[in-house]
Design a protein around this ligand. Sequence first.
Ligand SMILES: C[S@@+](CC[C@H](N)C(=O)[O-])C[C@H]1O[C@@H](n2cnc3c(N)ncnc32)[C@H](O)[C@@H]1O
Length: 273
Amino acid sequence: MLEIADKEFSQIREIMYRKTGVALKDTKKPLVVARLRKRLEELKLERFAQYVPLLERDTGAEMEIFINALTTNETYFFRHTKQFNFLYETILPEMIVRKRESREVRIWSAASSTGEEPFSIALVCKSFFKNYPGWKVSLIASDINTEVIGEAKEGVYSERSIKEVPDSMKNKYFVPWSDSANRMWPQFQLSREIISSVRFVQHNLLLPFKEKDFDVIFIRNVMIYFDGQSKQKVADNVVASLVPGGYLFISLSESLNDVKTGLRQVYSAVYQK
Ligand SMILES: C[S@@+](CC[C@H](N)C(=O)[O-])C[C@H]1O[C@@H](n2cnc3c(N)ncnc32)[C@H](O)[C@@H]1O
């Protein structure tokens, strides 16, 4: 049975922290073994003591596989629905006034995982801007994990993932989907129109984002994985990409109390610069 000794676990923890800011707790030992087992088998390695040096030597391909395996990507459409209502009812109407000259609204989903969050934003914007022809929404989604970005671009989702999508949107933008493997669970394909309205890029939140001037940024359910130091760094980077007056969404299970941002809270887990 594959096991991990304290020494290799702390080495893996240190590499993950250095590369992503994610601080793996002691209790995550079994999870690390479970998530990396397949990779060790593929490499025909029997012990983590053989894998760590390989990882330390490698800065490219193996590191990407390692990070993809160890990030947690749980998400679903319209997670914390009331925040999407706030976007539709309060923020977007405000943008119609504030951005009347450029007629462009810039939104970033900063830890987009398999796409449910940016596509929920896209669906809200689609519904809102149908009454405002000539307006453009630039919607960018990023994640450190290249595998989830690939999945997002496919736009295929389980019934569970889309359970919070309003029926009118479900009927309009999703169709039943099945692949040749004949899956047991129903799957749904999101329309190409919505998929192509989001630009996906790989980005590590520990680094400044080259895209700036966002009116709205969603950074939800990712800061929980960081310790104080990486959380502050990520918060600084993200706030630097927000326009004055712009809005930052975090999740309802997170807070910004332990970091300095200069933002003020305006709604449940929504802040303004
Ligand atoms: C739990 S998901 C959150 C998805 C979505 N925002 C939501 O709230 O439903 C967390 C995502 O953060 C990403 N992540 C972790 N560390 C990161 C980093 N340093 N830079 C960018 N993304 C990161 C993971 O790959 C994962 O897809």
